[in-house]
Design a protein around this ligand. Structure first.
Ligand code: DGT
Ligand code: CA
Ligand code: CA
Ligand code: ZN
Length: 584
């Protein structure tokens, strides 16, 4: 079992203890141990028979070490199982509702015996929550909306979770002699922001017809499987512990291209492509592109051959949504899409000064190791007290430290000064203009009061854009994928004004945000906005998430020239809205 899975069991136990009204000290010890397991680079499952080594991990005491040993031995934790028996196996699902914490779950359980999302919906419907403490009409309405949102989004998975599963399964499958290639298809290959299920295509000598039995058994023996859903001659479908469904298909090398094309989708793209094939007297299937008249094969082994036989350029998977790509590929006019290697700097990240986990220097070194030419350090401002946001005085001290690190790097990488300043409820920025005027990169973001009306929120952001120090609008819609809808906003009005003022709009590449989404990025380009892609890293390990952002930009048909941080440092700064040195 990996550290994350162990950490999840501990965190669940902490939640359950809290619902159970357990001792605060004990609850915190579980939380701390869970955090610690997420942090450590030691593979904890590998050292559970050595108590001394366990105790050397910060946050792990004697009792917790015994818990880790229990997890390693049984795959679970007796206390967690006991509490789940008491409250029912669906109680933790309630915590996935927006704004729901263990205290509210405890209240719902005690007062109305609510132990799952479905039971909560029933209780609201039946009016059983009315009159409970802390359950006014407004609060109940909020819960009802939260349930709707949860039901809409559940069943889909974040793209980083899907990707991580694909990597893990791929690594396992390739240990089998005769399995050579494992390629994700479906929504993951197209780079969609979430995945409904995972489609993996497998090829190699062990996948040739009539020889697949042993390979199928190997697939079905993947240790992370919770449930086998289907097992056929060349296909295995299963469910992972987190509920993600995986469809694995074993394919002969000669038809790999046709299968990859078919299972990459999208369905709309495939339908349009098949119509084109028919017009040419061909039929396109998951096995081949073949002539209608005698079923002889035209192309099958690679996607390139198939698209070429249809008179098209090969189409990057991110574009395959039937949104004009088939016409463009037929006219040989597909755009050159942005690539990860085009990115020269990451200009939104946090450090230990606020809620990040690494120092300025560590962020700079990590960015240098990625080959970047520059970064900007953009910690939070004081309005976000829970992140230890910077006030004017601390912001200026921080700025001096950023400059010191910049000096220390001796030109190997440029470390720009910056801030992610809160847009307050009335649209004012959270720090004095004299301070903002000194920063290279001022990102203005909304982090509070999401419930404002569309008019209020639009006016609020428009006012923030008017501040001459605002150079980038951070995560413009505030959505959290599968968790929180975008706030009400006239995005068109905001983007048009940003374009006029020369304020860049961010695509925030954190996989829980991916904000702006692909469609809105396309709109931003049409409206003439400058665009920046950044990771919002809170840890050196988050810098790799640039990859997710680049995929969304590709889905929006953006090229390197559409994105400011493909430019060298000086030209990047010159392309931002001109900096006002005096205050206004
Ligand atoms: P998802 O799983 O909801 O994130 O989205 P996809 O695109 O991965 O959809 P999925 O897993 O149902 O199917 C994978 C691909 O297989 C899909 O993009 C296109 C192809 N496919 C599946 N069913 C059909 C179908 O009925 N007709 C056509 N033309 N293609 C299909
Ligand atoms: Ca899929
Ligand atoms: Ca599928
Ligand atoms: Zn932010």
């Amino acid at each position: 079992m990996d550290n994350s899975s162990m950490a999840r069991l501990l965190a669940q136990t902490a939640d359950l203890l809290e619902i159970d009204g357990g001792d605060g000290f004990r609850i915190r010890s579980y939380r701390r141990a869970a955090d610690s397991l997420e942090q450590t680079t030691i593979d904890v499952a590998g050292i559970t028979d050595d108590v001394a080594k366990l105790l050397a991990i910060p946050g792990i005491g004697k009792g917790m070490a015994a818990n880790l040993q229990a997890i390693a031995a049984t795959g679970s934790l007796p206390l967690r199982d006991e509490l789940l028996t008491k409250y029912g196996s669906s109680i933790l699902e309630l915590l996935k509702l927006p704004g729901m914490g263990p205290k509210t779950v405890a209240l719902l359980w005690d007062a109305a015996r609510v132990g799952s999302v479905d039971q909560l919906a029933d209780a609201i419907e039946a009016g059983r929550l009315t009159g409970l403490p802390r359950m006014g009409a407004k609060q109940i309405e909020k819960l009802r909306k939260g349930i709707e949102e949860y039901r809409r989004s559940s069943g889909r998975f974040r793209i980083d979770d899907a990707e991580e599963a694909a990597q893990r399964i791929g690594a396992y499958l390739r240990t089998f002699p005769g399995i050579e290639r494992v390629t994700p298809a479906g929504s993951l290959r197209r780079g969609r922001e979430t995945a409904g299920d995972l489609d993996l295509l497998v090829t190699g000598p062990a996948c040739e017809p009539e020889h697949t039995a042993a390979a199928v058994e190997h697939v079905a023996a993947f240790p992370g499987i919770r449930d086998i859903l289907a097992k056929g001659e060349n296909k295995v479908s299963f469910q992972l512990a987190n509920g993600l469904q995986v469809d694995v298909r074993l394919l002969p090398t000669e038809s790999y291209g046709a299968a990859l094309q078919y299972f990459t989708g999208s369905k709309a793209h495939n339908v349009a492509l098949r119509q084109r094939a028919l017009k040419k007297g061909y039929t396109l299937s998951e096995w081949s592109l073949a002539r209608l008249k005698d079923n002889s094969t035209v192309a099958a082994a690679t996607e390139e051959e198939i698209y070429a036989a249809l008179g098209m350029e090969w189409i990057p998977p991110e574009l395959r949504e039937n949104l004009g790509e088939i016409e463009a590929a037929s006219a040989h006019k597909l755009p050159r899409l942005i690539e990860l290697s085009d990115i020269r700097g990451d200009v939104h990240m946090h450090t230990t000064a606020t809620d990040g986990r690494n120092t300025i220097l560590e962020m700079a070194e990590a960015a240098l190791a990625r080959g970047y030419q520059y970064i900007a350090i953009t910690d939070h401002s004081k309005n976000l007290a829970m992140t230890n946001g910077l006030n004017e005085k601390r912001a200026l001290e921080h700025l001096r430290r950023i400059r010191e690190v910049d000096q220390q790097m001796e030109g190997r990488i440029r470390v720009m000064t910056g801030i992610e300043v809160d847009i307050l409820a009335d649209g004012a920025l959270d720090l004095d203009n004299e301070v903002l005027a000194q920063m290279d990169v001022v990102i203005a973001s909304v982090h509070t009061r999401f419930e404002q009306s569309q008019e209020e929120m639009t006016d609020r952001i428009l006012r923030a854009l008017e501040n001459p120090h605002t150079r980038i609008l951070g995560h413009p819609t505030g959505r959290l994928l599968l968790q929180r809808e975008p706030y009400a906003l006239d995005l068109g009005a905001v983007l048009r004004r940003a374009a006029e003022l020369g304020v860049a709009v961010e695509h925030n590449a954190a996989p829980e945000r991916l904000d702006l989404c692909d469609r809105d990025l396309r709109l931003a380009k049409e409206l003439g906005c400058r665009i920046v892609v950044s990771t919002d890293a809170h840890d050196t390990r988050h810098l790799v998430k640039m990859e997710y952002g680049v995929r969304q930009l590709r889905r929006a048909w953006l090229g390197p020239h559409d994105v400011l941080n493909t430019l060298p440092a000086r030209r990047f700064l010159e392309s931002l809205r001109p900096r006002k040195s005096t205050t206004t």
